[in-house]
Structure formats: C-alpha cells, structure tokens
Design a protein around this ligand. Structure first.
Ligand code: PLP
Length: 384
C-alpha cells in the first residue's frame, strides 16, 4: 500500500461523513421506490429528497436529474440518447466532439459512427487541449445531432470554455453535452450559468461512493432511453434506483459545493509548488495542458525518453501513488493518445505523469514527491 496518494483524478476515498449518512439507508430503507406500500413510499420520499438536493446544488429542477450508475453511463446516455432522438426527430446524423474526450464519450461516439451510421467529426484543439466556441461555430451545422465537449480534461487538466460553447449551440438549437466528471470535484457546477443541455457527473471523483452518477438533462432536450425496461427516472433510465449510493452521491456533492472555495486555495498552492519545482529540478520535462486554465488540483508533465508506466511503478515502490494518465503497460509502453493529438513527438508521448492533489494532501507529501522525483525519473530513463 502506497503511503502517499496523489491520484485523486482516478478516484477519491469515501468521505466518512458520507459513509455515515449512507449506512442506515442500506438497512432501513430497503423498499423499492416504485412500490405502492409504505416501504416503497418511504424509499421514494428519500429518493426525491436526494433528487431535489442535487438539483438545487446544480441550479436545476428535480425532474432534470437522472440517476445513473457512473459517469460513463451518464456520458453514454447523453450521447446515444440525444443522437438517436435527433435522428428520429429531425434526421440529424452529425456528431461533433474534440478528439481528447474521455473514452466514455469517444468510444461511444465512435460506436455510433461505426454501427449506427452517424457521421463523427472531430473539433480542433489547441496545443493546451482546448476547444473554443469559435471552433464549434465553424463546424456546427443543421445536421448536427449533438455536440459534446468535456469541462476538464482528465489527463492534462485543461478547462474548456463550456459556457461559451453552450451559447453557440443554443443559438442554433443543437443539444450540447459536457462531461463534468473531473470538474465537479473542484469547480462550481451551475447548469443555469453553464447553459449546457446535458452534464455528466460521477460520485467517486468528489469523495462519494463508486457505482453511482447522474446526468442533468435540461427540460425539453430530446432524449431516447438507452437502458430500456421500467419507467424509473422519468422513463429515461430503467432499473430500480440504488438508494444508498444515490444518497451518498447527493451528500458528497453537497459537501463539495459548500467546501470547494476553501479547498481551491490549498490545491492551487500545492499545484504551483509542484509545477515550479519539477520544471526547475528535472531536465527534459514539460508541463502538459494549460498553465492557468486547468483544474486547481492537477499537475501533469511529459518527460522525454521515459517509460511513464515504469516511472509510476518506481514511484509506487518509493511509496507514492501517481498515474501516467494514459494506458501504458510496463515493458510495452503505449504512447499517450492525448499527447499524440497535441502534437508531441514520440520521444515525449510515452513519458506522461499526472499528479493530482486531494483535499487532505499536505505540504510534506508534496515535498516528499518533489525530493524523490529527480532520482526516480533518472532511474526510469536509464531503464527505459
Ligand atoms: N469522464 C471523465 C472526464 C473521467 O475522468 C472519468 C473517469 O475517470 C469518466 C468520465 C468515467 O467516470 P466513471 O468512472 O464514473 O464511470
């Protein structure tokens, strides 16, 4: 077990306050919210309270919230559901996304293209991984079924101008989805201000439980359900709701929205220390993603001629858990597709490192990483 955890973009530990709220729900509120009797009614009351709480924190109406099993499912429902509805209602078959989307969006869009005949077009990205409203304006067309641009990139931390992009889509009446799975842990998420039509959340990124997420769907946005069956979740997501996890997510999001302003300063201070010290103390390293327009807790780098999976393993052996942010396997390093898309040469694309800070990360932990990293990179380079 690593002594220092710095991989909060992968997942976060469950907040003990959230666990405490969830535990009695497992035991006492076992009723099916769709049942007519008192057990069902009790469960339904709590379910709807949770929906109101999450909606309130998102600046949304309760009937605009669909509970799902994770961020991935929310992305799937948003993309597939709106693509199918757009084709059914207005014959639209064009999907617009940047190539840097999480696989939950990218692979879904690719499958819609390969097996369902949609025409997938990639939006441009600049060298920091950003897509602008102007980029969307250039590419959007009446045939566009849905546009999806992530709020914050999981691998390089860059933020996209989501509200500006949403405005462009709104002007031409095309549905716009944003994957806010990373952003929700660190930024205010207000759907009225962001102007988005759909927004995905996953609880385990903001100290909630794994196995639960939500999709915000602006009222009136056409959507065809992907998981068919019963009429739960306004007929948009069939399955008996997982009440304990839903309660856990809404509670965790409540804490997140109240506490993020206090966490932000702490995260940014540690992030800046990391960036400055690492760029100074290690040769042939570059920051990836945008210097300022990035998640407050996120520092990501590329090291030249380095196998990032080896680097992550060597750091783990020294007691520090980070991530490459890409799908490398030791001995068979796969380059980062994100760095490839950003135009990095092959000497850099296998050397990505992502360090993500949590709400309880200390200065001592960051100092320890900063002091161990130069020798660890040198060792990884020697062995690469
Ligand atoms: N979208 C982004 C940007 C993510 O970072 C992740 C998880 O890493 C997901 C979607 C998938 O979320 P989940 O693990 O809740 O399915």
């Amino acid at each position: 077990m690593s002594a220092i955890y710095l991989d909060y973009a992968a997942t976060t530990p469950l907040d003990p306050r959230v666990l405490k709220t969830m535990l009695p729900v497992f035991q006492d509120l076992f009723g099916n919210p769709s049942s007519v009797h008192r057990y069902g009614q009790q469960a339904e009351t709590v379910l709807e309270q949770a929906r109101r709480s999450l909606a309130g924190n998102l600046g949304a109406d309760p009937e605009e919230i669909i509970f799902t099993s994770c961020g991935t499912e929310s992305d799937n429902l948003a993309l597939r559901g709106s693509a199918f509805a757009a084709r059914e209602n207005r014959g639209a078959d064009h999907i617009l996304i940047p190539p840097l989307e999480h696989h939950a969006v990218l692979h879904t869009a690719q499958q819609l293209a390969k097996f369902f005949g949609f025409n997938l077009e990639f939006l441009p990205v600049d060298r920091y991984g950003r897509t602008t409203a102007d980029d969307v304006k250039q590419k959007i067309q009446p045939q566009t079924a849905v546009v999806s641009v992530m709020y914050a990139n999981n691998e390089i931390g860059t933020l996209n101008p989501v509200a500006e992009i949403a405005e462009v889509c709104q002007q031409v009446g095309i549905p716009f989805h944003t994957d806010a799975v990373q952003a929700a842990a660190h930024l205010p998420i207000n759907t009225a201000e962001l102007l988005v039509d759909m927004l995905s959340l996953g609880a385990h990124k903001f100290y909630g439980p794994k196995g639960v997420g939500a999709l915000y769907i602006r009222s009136g946005t056409p959507l065809i359900p992907v998981q068919t069956g019963g009429s739960q979740e306004f007929g948009l997501r069939a399955a008996t709701e997982n009440l304990p996890l839903i309660i856990g997510m809404t509670e965790a999001f409540n804490y997140q929205q109240v506490e993020y302003p206090n966490r932000e300063g702490h995260s940014i201070r540690l992030r800046e220390k990391l960036i400055e010290q690492i760029l100074q103390s290690i040769p042939e390293v570059t920051l990836t993603g945008h210097r300022e327009e990035r998640l407050p807790n996120h520092a990501s780098f590329a090291f030249r001629d380095t196998d990032s999976n080896l680097l992550v393993s060597l750091l783990d052996a020294r007691g520090i858990a980070c991530s490459s942010g890409s799908a490398c396997k030791t001995g068979n390093p796969e380059p980062s597709r994100i760095l490839e898309e950003l135009g990095f040469s092959s000497r850099w694309t296998s050397g990505s490192l992502r360090i993500t800070i949590g709400k309880d990360t200390t200065d001592e932990e960051i100092d320890q990483l900063i002091s161990l990293l130069p020798e660890t990179v040198a060792e990884a380079r020697e062995l690469s």
